[in-house]
Design a protein around this ligand. Structure first.
Ligand code: CDP
Ligand code: MG
Length: 152
């Protein structure tokens, strides 16, 4: 069982796609264990995207990600880091495969709707940027026994 961090970016909120995106993750079998809406500050953006701060396109990304409210969330599930990344698809919505979230809803490299952690280490770092330990609510959904075999 893994935890990973998801961010519904400002384009997702503005385009009223939050419900459709959340429904896909729920239908897959991922459990939402934390969620909150906030507006990202430039300081938080620089921490979240620390690996990209020096890139030429970072100022555009910062303007976008701080430009409207976002929804931060933590989901839990088997192999959750990889599963979420594959559900998102390639970074550029124009290249993301149909059937992925970005492939189905995005026509942009920047405005690609949803962020997902790229490794377990990134997930732990990003979860800690947005949530205190006590804000993550672990629980066992009663439906679990119908989502996967007991030995999976
Ligand atoms: O989000 P992902 O890990 O797929 O992509 P990334 O290469 O780590 O880039 C982080 C985010 O920066 C992307 O999701 C885009 O929103 C944005 N980006 C951008 O605005 N311009 C680029 N040339 C590349 C990425
Ligand atoms: Mg990335």
């Amino acid at each position: 069982m893994q935890r990973t961090f998801i961010l519904l970016k400002p384009d997702c909120v503005q385009r009223r796609l939050m419900g459709q995106v959340i429904a896909r993750f729920e239908a897959k079998g991922l459990n939402f264990v934390a969620m909150r809406m906030l507006q990202i500050t430039p300081e938080l953006a620089k921490k979240h995207y620390a690996e990209h701060v020096e890139k030429g396109w970072y100022p555009m990304l910062e303007g976008f990600i701080t430009g409207g409210p976002v929804v931060a969330a933590v989901v839990e599930g088997l192999d959750a880091v990889r599963v979420v990344r594959e559900m998102l698809g390639a970074t550029n919505g124009l290249q993301a495969a149909p059937g992925t979230i970005r492939g189905d809803y995005s026509s942009s490299q920047q405005m690609n709707l949803v962020h997902g952690s790229d490794s377990l280490e990134s997930a732990a770092r990003e979860i800690a940027l947005y949530f205190a330990d006590e804000q993550v609510c672990s629980y066992e959904p009663t439906i679990t026994k119908w989502m996967h075999a007991a030995n999976e």
